[in-house]
Design a protein around this ligand. Structure first.
Ligand code: FPP
Length: 233
């Protein structure tokens, strides 16, 4: 049976979920946030150590001010109130992404939930917020250049292992990526960490995604034969 340490989810389809019901797109995000909370509680009981989710991409700043403001306020509400139950369930919340140009109240709520959950060990929830895969690789490269310039390491010491450690978070590779809403793209998400991931695409819109479907996807994953470029006997 394949090992499963790190699952990642591109939580897509919130806008369409709302539109189908004649609602404002933002209400789809609200419903998506409830789905995420339920999923985390479900996964915390499983033998999975890391869950990475795409909450807001650097490109999402191209959306309307109204939608961006709604999402930022929703993040604050989740991190300050709704995620308290995750704290009790042993979930440790961490973030990946750039701080600029996030609002100070959003940054404060992120720091708050990180601090509140830092001693937890059941499940690490890595929330990618103002995140881009290319930006992560560029920012990491700059950090490493700085280390060489400061004589903390030599150029010869730069290898894949070091690079991985210097990314926004030191995480194991993603074993399984799930994308909802029937789109077959990775949209600049965790490019380094996804080099050997198994992919699963479902037509379900994220607000409709259930714990049951998640378990069915796990069953499908466990039946796969991962080769990592080699040959399995
Ligand atoms: C993509 O759907 C989803 C997002 C840009 C936001 C994801 C955010 C949440 C699920 C809210 C909760 C998150 C946290 C961390 C509390 P879309 O708007 O692109 O949907 P569409 O493709 O149907 O328009």
């Amino acid at each position: 049976m394949e090992e499963l340490k790190h699952v990642a989810i591109i939580m897509d389809g919130n806008g369409r979920w709302a539109k189908l019901r004649g609602l404002n797109r933002s209400l789809g995000h609200k419903e998506g946030s409830k789905t995420l909370k339920k999923l985390c509680l479900h996964i915390a009981d499983k033998n999975i150590s890391y869950l990475s989710v795409f909450a807001f991409s650097t490109e999402n700043f191209k959306r309307s001010k109204e939608e961006i403001d709604y999402l930022m306020d929703l993040f604050i509400e989740m991190f300050r109130k709704e995620f308290q139950i995750l704290k009790e369930k042993g979930v440790k919340v961490i973030f990946s992404g750039r701080k600029e140009p996030l609002r100070q109240d959003v940054l404060d709520s992120m720091a708050y939930i990180q601090e509140q959950t830092k001693e937890n060990h059941n499940l690490v929830l890595n929330i990618c917020l103002n995140y881009g895969g290319h930006s992560e690789i560029i920012d990491t490269t700059k950090k490493i250049c700085q280390m060489v310039e400061n004589h903390e390491i030599t150029e010869e010491e730069i290898n894949e292992e070091l690079f991985e450690k210097m990314l926004y978070q030191d995480l194991p590779p993603i074993d399984l990526l799930i994308r909802t809403s029937g789109e077959y793209r990775i949209s600049n998400f965790m490019l380094w960490q996804m080099s050997y991931s198994e992919f699963y695409f479902t037509n379900t819109l994220f607000p409709d995604f259930t714990e049951k479907e998640f378990d069915q996807i796990l069953d499908n994953y466990y039946q796969r034969d991962r080769k990592y470029g080699g040959v399995k006997s």
